[in-house]
Design a protein around this ligand. Sequence first.
Ligand SMILES: [Zn+2]
Ligand SMILES: [Zn+2]
Length: 433
Amino acid sequence: MTSSRNLNIKEIRFIISKINEYFYTNYEGIGYTNVLDDQFEYFSEFHKFWEKYHKEVLNPKVDEEKCEQVAGVLHDVYKKFGRPPFYELYDTFSLKPEEICTIRYFSANQDFRGSRDFEDLFKKYSEDPSIFDKSEIISKPEIFLKNLGITSLSQSDKRIKYAKKASQILIDNKIEAYDLLDFCDNDILKLRNLLISNKGSGFGNKKTDMFLRDMIVLGVWKNPKNFDKIDVASDINTVKVALRSGIIKTDIALISSFLDVFCYQYGLIDEISALAWRKVWEIWNRKYPTENIESPCLIDYFVYRVIGKNFCKETLCIFKCETKKHEFKWHSAKNRTCQICYKNKVRNSAIVVKKMLPCMDEEGYIVIEKSNFVSSSNALLPDLKECPFAVVCKPKNSNFIKLNPPKSISILGQTGWESAKTRANEGGGGLMS
Ligand SMILES: [Zn+2]
Ligand SMILES: [Zn+2]
């Protein structure tokens, strides 16, 4: 398409205003949709259409053949590196199981995750354990959030509610976080339902699954019932790896979040991704029963953290020297120096001319070798040279497409769709950052 004009200005005005009207405006009587246990007026005619037909249009499927290949990858990782890539989450600094559980319980629903967060919370806990006391939290939730270092005002109402509700659950049942599993007859699925059904606790599917998985992997809770029912936690990184490896496929490339009103696409792809990772786990278990990874959710850390956030990113950079004489590959976009000149003791600057996934280039090891997961003193994957998924994604083939995961736009709040609504005849509407 070009920007040449075959239409006259009146026709153009008509078309633009109709596109806008259809996608981005509503009118009195357009009707309501049900989400978040509430009713919302439809955002636009397209919103209504998309709610009804997104599944048929996108037609997402799990590709079993690819799942089998990915199961083979995980099996290889297991053979080479053993159980740690699936079980080693982060250092818990010789805390007692009860303490780990309390810290994670009151931080998971606030969306704290990963090792750096945990280290940080651990320090706070060791300085003053009373910060995490349930009766302190319920009576002074603002102080609890401040102690955690949460200062973002935009979400503070929501966060206060989460903190209070999470302590309320424990107080009502006269237990500590550590007793939750016992309270649910050692059944992790029952516990999952308990947390998720407590609306306003902040324990949605994703945060609950991460919390539960962490508790098992960190050895806080042992051998619960129904652990295998917990899926890979919902996350754009696991979806990204699912798309790029081809274990899920859609009939069209995913649409922009500008069009995915109320996240129908996002929710659907997320669901299919969990099914696909479950399929991978089933095949892996069936073919190599002795390796015995107890639940699909244990694949999560490896796929999301190691592959998704570390390897499957455009971190291999091609630099050009300011003299224009040199080009070189480097593992960090933050470099500002021509490293070829520098070797000859000359200082010239260099700029990034291209970024790639490390797996797409023969010299991708430049990046992989530098990863903490590969080169630190107690690395999970010592001496790895290439992303283990490359044998499935085949990223060096010319027909490889670096598919992107869907993005979600929230419904409520300043940056949500709900505040972007407008009537067709009034004009305006939309989001401001
Ligand atoms: Zn140079
Ligand atoms: Zn890759």
